[in-house]
Design a protein. Structure first.
Length: 335
């Protein structure tokens, strides 16, 4: 396959929106980047994780679309996760475009990907993540897999971009449209969706996905109540008059309000299931995680599953339906 053929296979036009698919690890397989033309140049939304394959994919896609890197005037990020944020610094260097994201997301990016390399020479995020997994009962042999796994994200986000902050509540213009940034939490601190009220179009990143439930993670240094933040955000987003949603993964979809309701119901069902699993007595989040998701997950999916389990157990605790025990290893039991 030639580079031109490869870029064509990644590009899909949806009217004035162009999606460019960036490769990433199973099970998601790809991340959706969006390219929009405006008065002052082109905007790229969520350029994807950095890898040699994705760098080549962008070269091919831009060539296919007839866009020079210097034609890109802005890079807009929904959140700081590597599969959305990763190539922003690389693309900024090539285009000299401004990179825009929320203040909370930029702080999370610095905490997770920047401070370790630029300040102390040690990775505080890795150390804190291992400590969190140990606290919640992860087995030693799985803990031993975490350093290499977590440090493997660093090449996907290097170099770090210079960030311009999107102010909460203030409309932002890019791609020839006026967008209302809507900040929600739970999946990622400071996650922004961009809603165009005149058309009902929304760029929703990972806040609402059409076929899977976004991961809700309890992360060191982050939101102490991530599931509550996510549920509140779903209610906010669900009240919008959305006609078409452009998500970070899978295909654009139109049943956005209904999908927010489905996700709310999914998490209530998950909370009820965890409450059932606590009926036999206090258990660690890791034990609950294995009961829910099985013991055959790779370390990448296991870390996300455990983080989501912790988030739900914390929500049960917040609702007065569970309580935690212990300090060196935390266990949750029924209230």
């Amino acid at each position: 396959m030639t580079q031109s053929q490869m870029s064509k296979s990644r590009i899909t036009a949806y009217g004035e929106f162009t999606r460019v698919r960036m490769e990433m690890a199973f099970p998601l397989r790809w991340e959706n980047s969006y390219v929009l033309q405006g008065e002052d140049g082109w905007t790229v939304v969520d350029p994807g994780p950095r890898s040699p394959e994705n760098e080549a994919a962008w070269d091919g896609a831009l060539n296919e679309l007839g866009i020079r890197a210097t034609d890109i005037s802005s890079i807009v990020l929904t959140h700081h996760h590597p599969d959305h944020y990763g190539l922003s610094g690389w693309l900024q260097q090539r285009s000299e475009a401004q990179v825009w994201m929320s203040k909370a997301a930029s702080e999370a990016a610095w905490r997770n990907w920047g401070s370790a390399q630029q300040e102390s020479g040690t990775n505080g995020f890795v150390e804190a993540s291992i400590a969190l997994c140990r606290l919640h009962g992860m087995e030693p042999e799985r803990l031993a897999q975490l350093p290499a796994h977590l440090e493997g994200f660093l090449p996907q986000v290097d170099p770090q971009p210079e960030i311009s902050v999107i102010e909460p509540g203030l409309p932002i213009r890019f791609g020839g449209r006026l967008w209302h940034p809507i900040e929600t939490g739970g999946h990622a601190e400071g996650h922004l969706s961009f809603y165009e009220e005149a058309t009902g179009v929304i760029l929703c990143g990972d806040a609402v996905l059409p076929r899977i439930s976004p991961n809700i993670s309890y992360s060191p240094g982050g939101d102490e109540h991530p599931l509550r933040s996510y549920l509140n955000g779903l209610r906010t987003l669900g009240a919008l008059k959305v006609t078409r949603a452009f998500p970070g993964h899978r295909d654009p979809f139109e049943n956005f309000p209904e999908r927010t309701v489905q996700l709310l119901e999914h998490h209530e069902q998950r909370l009820a299931r965890m409450e059932e699993l606590l009926q036999g007595g206090p258990r660690s989040a890791y034990e609950i995680c294995i009961s829910l998701f099985g013991d055959s997950l790779g370390i990448h999916q296991l870390r996300f599953a455990l983080s989501e389990t912790i988030a739900h157990l914390v929500e049960l605790e917040d609702r007065g339906r569970a309580t935690r025990h212990g300090e060196r290893e935390v266990r949750f039991g029924l209230k």
